[in-house]
Design a binder for this molecule. Structure first.
Ligand code: ADP
Ligand code: ASP
Ligand code: MG
Length: 440
C-alpha cells in the first residue's frame, strides 16, 4: 500500500480538493494523510497566543471569522444536503471547543489542543466530500495510533500495533484518510509533531506499514535546488538520496519537515515529492541512489546563534572541548556547526532557550562573544567536498561576508554561516555561480 500526504494548499480550496480526489481515485487502496487547510494552523496559533495574552475579544473574533470561512467552504464543497448538514454540525462542535478554550487558563497543553483542531476539520470535510463523489473513504483517527515517547520520538511499536487495530476496525474503503501533524504524547495527552509535521506523519505510517512508497503532494513540483521563496531561477531536482534530502530538510528546505526521511531511510521506502496542481510534473524521487556527485542543492536555516568561546587555557589543553560540550549537553542544546582555532572555538545553536544559563557556565572559564540572527547556508550533494566544481565556492566567497565555514565535516555538506540580512544575497550569488547561470 502507498501513503500519500497532501499539504495545506492541496486541501486549501474546493478546486484543489477536487484535484486531490482525481489523484487518489485510481482504484488502489491507500492511506491518505491530510494537513489542515492552508492558513488554519497559523490562525489557531494566533488564537492561542491571544488567550496567553488574555486578549479574549481578539480571540473570539478570530474563532468566529475562521468558523465563517469554513461554512463557506462547506457550502461550496458539499451540495449533498444530508452530508452538508452533518459536516456543519461536526465543524460547529470543533468551533465550540475553541470557544470554550477561551475561558480556560492558558497552558502549553491548551495550545496543543487548539492547534490540533485544523487537521480534524480538514479530514472530516474531505472524507465526506469523497463519499459524496462516490469514492469510498474511511477515517482513521490519528489520535488512536500516533504517539510520541518521552524524547518526542515516534513510538513505532505502539504506532504499528495501534494503526493495525484502527485499520482493521475501520469500515472497508478504497481511501483511508487520517490526520497529519497530531499525536498523543507519552502521557496520552494531545500533542503534535511540530510545524509542518504532516510530512513526518506520512513517513511514520509508511514505516509502520512497510509502505511501497510515500508520496508528499504539495504546491511545487518537487525539491528545488535552492529556496524558491528567496531565489530566482531555481530548478526542481529529479533525484535525491535519503542523506541529501535529510540534510536539506534539516537545514531549512521548508518543503520537508526536518525529520521526514528518518523513519523510512533504513527501510529503503522511497519518498516521492509531487505537485497537486501539476501532477504530470515528475517531481523528486528520494531513494538510496548516490550516483550523482557535486553540489545538488542548497538551503538556509535562520534563527541561528553563534557563540565564540575564547580561552588562554585552551592552548594545548586537552579536555577543553569536553568541558564546553558537557555544558551544552546538560542544557540539552544541540550544536549545528563548529570551527576551532588555537585560541577559540566557534559554534552555533538554533535553540537558544537555555542560552543565558549556557553563557553563565562558559563565562566561568572563557571569554564569550555572541552573534544572534545568523543563518546557516548548507550546500548539499554527494562528495561535494571533493568535486572539481566546488572550487568555485572559494571564488564566490570574496563577494559575500562569511562568519564561519564548515568544510569536510562530511563529504556531503558544506555549511556557511552568514548574518541573516546577507542570506538572500548569498543564496542568489551561490545559485548563479554554482549552478552555472553566470560564469565566473
Ligand atoms: P505543504 O503545506 O504542502 O506542506 P509547505 O509550504 O510546507 O507545503 O512546503 C512547500 C513550500 O516549500 C513551497 O511552496 C516552497 O515555497 C517552499 N520551499 C522552500 N525550500 C524549497 C525547496 N528547496 N524546494 C521546493 N520548495 C521549497
Ligand atoms: N498543519 C500543520 C502546520 O501548519 C502541519 C502541516 O501542515 O504539516 O504546521
Ligand atoms: Mg509542509
Amino acid at each position: 500500500m502507498k501513503v500519500l500526504k497532501f499539504g495545506g494548499t492541496s486541501v486549501g480550496s474546493v478546486e484543489n480538493i477536487a484535484n486531490v480526489k482525481t489523484i487518489i481515485n485510481d482504484g488502489e487502496k491507500k492511506v491518505v494523510v491530510l494537513s489542515a487547510m492552508s492558513g488554519t494552523t497559523n490562525q489557531l496559533v494566533a488564537i492561542s497566543n491571544h488567550i496567553a495574552n488574555k486578549e479574549f475579544v481578539e480571540a473570539i473574533e478570530k474563532v468566529n471569522k475562521l468558523h465563517d470561512t469554513y461554512v463557506v467552504v462547506i457550502d461550496n464543497l458539499l451540495s449533498h444536503a444530508v452530508l452538508n448538514k452533518e459536516v456543519k454540525t461536526y465543524v460547529s462542535g470543533i468551533f465550540n471547543v475553541l470557544v470554550e478554550s477561551i475561558n480556560k487558563p492558558y497552558s502549553v497543553q491548551l495550545e496543543n489542543e487548539i492547534v490540533a483542531q485544523g487537521e480534524l476539520l480538514s479530514t472530516y470535510m474531505v472524507t465526506s466530500y469523497l463519499n459524496q463523489e462516490g469514492v469510498k473513504a474511511s477515517l482513521l483517527p490519528a489520535l488512536e495510533f500516533m504517539r510520541i515517547d518521552e524524547h518526542k520520538d515516534p513510538d513505532l511499536n505502539y504506532i504499528k500495533a495501534h494503526f493495525k487495530s484502527t485499520f482493521d476496525k475501520a469500515e472497508d474503503a478504497e481511501i483511508y484518510i487520517t490526520q497529519g501533524f497530531i499525536c498523543l504524547d507519552d502521557k496520552g495527552k494531545i500533542s503534535n509533531l511540530q510545524r509542518g509535521g504532516s510530512d513526518f506523519t506520512a513517513t511514520i505510517i509508511g514505516a509502520a506499514i512497510h509502505a511501497e512508497e510515500v508520496q508528499i503532494w504539495t504546491d511545487i513540483d518537487g525539491m528545488h535546488n535552492n529556496d524558491p521563496r528567496y531565489v530566482e531561477n531555481t530548478r526542481p531536482i529529479s533525484n535525491l538520496s535519503f542523506d541529501e534530502a535529510a540534510e536539506l530538510a534539516y537545514f531549512g528546505a521548508k518543503i520537508l519537515h526536518p525529520q521526514t526521511v528518518t523513519p523510512v531511510r533504513s527501510l529503503n521506502i522511497p519518498v516521492r515529492l509531487k505537485n497537486t496542481m501539476n501532477p504530470e510534473a515528475y517531481g523528486t524521487l528520494i531513494n538510496n541512489d548516490h550516483s550523482e556527485t557535486g553540489v545538488k542543492a542548497m538551503a538556509a536555516k535562520d534563527g541561528i546563534t553563534a557563540i565564540k568561546i575564547k580561552s588562554g587555557r585552551m592552548l594545548q589543553a586537552h579536555g577543553f572541548l569536553r568541558k564546553v560540550f558537557e555544558i551544552f549537553e546538560v542544557y540539552e542544546t544541540a550544536i549545528d556547526m563548529i570551527t576551532t582555532s588555537e585560541v577559540a572555538v566557534s559554534l552555533t545553536i538554533d535553540d537558544d532557550k537555555n542560552l543565558d544559563k549556557i553563557l553563565a557556565e562558559l563565562e566561568k572559564f572563557a571569554t564569550i562573544e555572541v552573534d544572534k540572527n545568523q543563518s546557516i547556508i548548507c550546500l548539499v550533494g554527494h562528495s561535494v567536498v571533493n568535486h572539481q566544481e566546488t572550487y568555485k565556492l572559494f571564488q564566490i566567497l570574496q563577494d559575500v561576508k562569511i562568519r564561519m565555514i564548515s568544510y569536510g565535516g562530511s563529504n556531503n555538506n558544506i555549511s556557511l554561516l552568514v548574518d541573516t540580512k546577507n542570506k538572500i544575497n548569498t543564496l542568489q550569488k551561490l545559485n548563479d555561480y554554482l549552478f552555472e547561470l553566470v560564469t565566473l
